[in-house]
Design a protein around this ligand. Sequence first.
Ligand SMILES: *Cc1c(COP(=O)(O)O)cnc(C)c1O
Ligand code: SF4
Length: 326
Amino acid sequence: MQPRGWQQAWRASVREPRELLELVGLAHEAAAVPAAALDAFALRVPRGFVARMRHGDPDDPLLRQVLPRVDELRTVPGFGLDAVGDAAAKKARGVIHKYAGRALLVATGSCAINCRYCFRRHFPYADESAAAGGWAEAVAAIAADPGITEVILSGGDPLSLATRKLAELTGLLREVPHIRRLRIHSRLPVVLPERVDEELLAWLRGLPWPVAVVVHANHANEFDATVDAAMAALRGAGASLLNQAVLLAGVNDSVDALADLCERGFEAGVLPYYLHQLDRVAGTAHFEVGDGRARALHAALVARLPGYLVPRLVREIAGDTSKRAL
Ligand SMILES: *Cc1c(COP(=O)(O)O)cnc(C)c1O
Ligand code: SF4
């Protein structure tokens, strides 16, 4: 693979709803895309992800995750701007320390894809990412707390940073003796598998800690041969792979869709980790699945799948010391 091949693939992402809809054979739907929703949160989808959408299906579960809808413009009580209380748990620029032992590092605000259900629609990333502070402030906060044994790279999407930037960060973290694990939360191996290139793999192989990569796939159709190859390469570089999904109405809110996701993920070498209830942020209410139905779906999964293929159903609550099981 050529150096920076992935950045070219990323730059070539689809940004116009009309083009996206033409590519999936739904050009006639373009007029229904609300400009105000698009202005509030831009459309961005890598072409490889578009290629996995079903042609001619307006209800395609991958399309639904990225296409702006008029529902986003509704104001719904209970859906606000900081649903998970991160603002209160900020330790230093780009460092959120809410849970014992684990510091979450907001490595960057950018992502390869814009998911309509995402809390990121509202987070003030420009000045809040750890990279913006040249890593120094973030690393100093982690170094000052010997209770922190795991660093979680999050965002945005940490793998949207150049590998050189990641290496800069881990070079500093290496000097912190109490770090025992590194975790990377990223949707890139799924939505832009080109990101898993030789340079990234060499970086991973050279890290001094055991590494977990938590990929974020919400539907079995997000996996294809290119994603399988990326997952195999990550595992080959020593990473443990886990999946975290969000329960989303119209995307994966059926027992079949959830079971397929868990089974397909395992075929790619990924174990289910969490199934999240949606963070209640403005513009996402139409994706919400009620708690009663969420519990019923989860119970049906438990009845159908081996225990190791069942994710934990959780919700994030501001001020809690862990994700709360439903
Ligand atoms: C979700 C989250 C974590 C990680 O929680 P796990 O249960 O270990 O996956 C850590 N810090 C913050 C701020 C989080 O939101
Ligand atoms: S943070 Fe994750 S869910 Fe949000 S837009 Fe980026 S990839 Fe999508």
